[in-house]
Write a protein that binds this ligand. Structure first.
Ligand code: ADE
Length: 230
């Protein structure tokens, strides 16, 4: 039966949503755990995907096979766009794999060879709802922008500048583009919502643990309110 798939990157965030999940049923598949149930009166499948694009891709496909007909991903990211601050929320317009490089074959950086899309567009309705809810239920700035993903924790100003100039990125993280690619191929609408835990510079590794619990609590509030309005 159709359900909204919710993927969290953080244990804390999944924990907070699990506490409110009604009619919970746990499904174990390929080393992952999925929690079916009802949240805010809506059928959902909830899961934590682990770190990196491979984990994100396999989780997303399993979630779709378990009946998810739309996907909301929430987690934290490093801010890339100038002016964004720790705590701000970036909602995906589209996503690119910043670490994919087949330029020796003549492809643009980020382009998956032989695929039509350079980036994968989030669903406009989910994106607009996420932006509206985030600005209403939080006191931080919520913006739309391109999110770039790679199997790298970004912690240098040079790399931040490169991501800005090469991809016009607003934020960098490690899963979103993989979720987007898999969802797109399955024609499942999706959105990626990221709270900035750091600005991907020299202090990134120190800001991250401090900010994580606050971000998890905020993300939980945004997701619950989105479900109420879907
Ligand atoms: N997630 C949170 N901060 C990040 C960063 N600086 N790089 C990659 N992923 C992140």
């Amino acid at each position: 039966s159709p359900a909204t798939g919710i993927i969290g990157a953080m244990d804390q965030e999944i924990e907070l949503l699990l506490q409110s999940l009604e009619a919970r049923e746990d499904v174990h598949l390929s080393g992952m755990t999925f929690y079916r149930g009802v949240l805010e009166g809506r059928p959902v499948v909830l899961t934590r995907c682990g770190i990196g694009k491979v984990n994100a891709a396999m989780t997303t496909l399993a979630l779709i096979w378990l009946g998810a007909d739309r996907i909301i991903f929430t987690g934290v990211a490093g801010g890339v766009r100038p002016g964004l601050r720790v705590g701000d929320i970036v909602v995906s317009t589209d996503l690119v794999q910043h670490d994919l490089d087949a330029s020796a074959l003549g492809y643009a950086l980020g382009q998956v060879p032989d695929e039509a899309e350079f980036s994968w567009e989030a669903d406009a309705a989910l994106r607009d709802l996420a932006l509206e809810v985030a600005s209403q239920v939080t006191d931080v700035q919520a913006v739309a922008g391109r999110i770039v993903s790679g199997d790298q924790f970004i912690a240098s100003p040079e790399k931040v500048r490169w991501l800005q100039q090469t991809f016009d990125a607003a934020a960098a993280e490690m899963e979103g583009a993989a979720v987007a690619q898999v969802a797109y191929k399955n024609r499942v609408p999706f959105v990626v919502i990221r709270s900035l835990s750091d600005t991907a510079d020299g202090g990134a590794h120190m800001d991250y643990p401090t900010f994580m619990p606050i971000a998890a609590a905020r993300a939980k509030t945004v997701v619950r309110e989105m479900l109420r309005r879907l």
